[in-house]
Design a protein around this ligand. Sequence first.
Ligand code: 6PG
Ligand code: NI
Length: 182
Amino acid sequence: ALIFLPKLIFTGKELIGENVERITRRMGDLRDVFEDKAAFEVMDPNLIAYHVSSIFPVKEGTPGGLFMGITYLMPGKVGDEYFMTKGHFHSNIDRAEFYWGVEGEGMLILMNEARDVWAERMYPGSLHYIPGGIAHRVANVGNSILTFAASWPSDAGHNYGIIAREGFARRLKEVNGKPELI
Ligand code: 6PG
Ligand code: NI
C-alpha cells in the first residue's frame, strides 16, 4: 500500500483516512507518570503532552504484519522531570520494535523484566532496536517538539498496567541542566 509518509512526518498533520488514527494524550491522562504530584496538580489537565499518528495496514492482532506510528512529544517538565510518554511493555511481551529519531532531542528509557533501566539518546536519524521483553518510554529533553517514528508487529499489543502500577525503576530528571537517570 502507498502511504504518504513524508507528509505525515513533515507537517505533523495526520492523514485522516482508512487505517490511519491519531491519539492525543493530555496531562490529565498522565497522572501515574510523574513523581512530583504537587507540580502536576497545578498544571492544566487539558494541556496536550503528545500525539501519536499511526498506520494500521492490517487488523490489530494479526500475526505477521507491521504497524508504524509517529509520536510528537511536547517540550516541558513536571517539577524536574521531562514530559514523557506513558511507557509500556507489549502485551505479547516478546515482540520487538524499532524507534527512530526524526526531529528534536530525546531520551529513550528502557527497562527489562528484572527492572534494570538504561537510556539511549534520541536525535534526528538515531535508530533504536527495542528487543522483546523491554518496556519503553521516551522523554523530550530539548525545548522543541520531539518527533520520533516507531514500527512494531501487528500482534504486539500494549500492556500499560505494569508501568502504571510499578513505574520504571529509575526516573530521568534534569540535574544541573542535564538529563540524568536517578
Ligand atoms: C507502540 C510504540 C509507540 C508508542 C507511542 C506512545 O508500541 O505503539 O511504542 O507508538 O505507543 O510512542 O507511547 P505510549 O504508548 O507509551 O503512550
Ligand atoms: Ni511499543
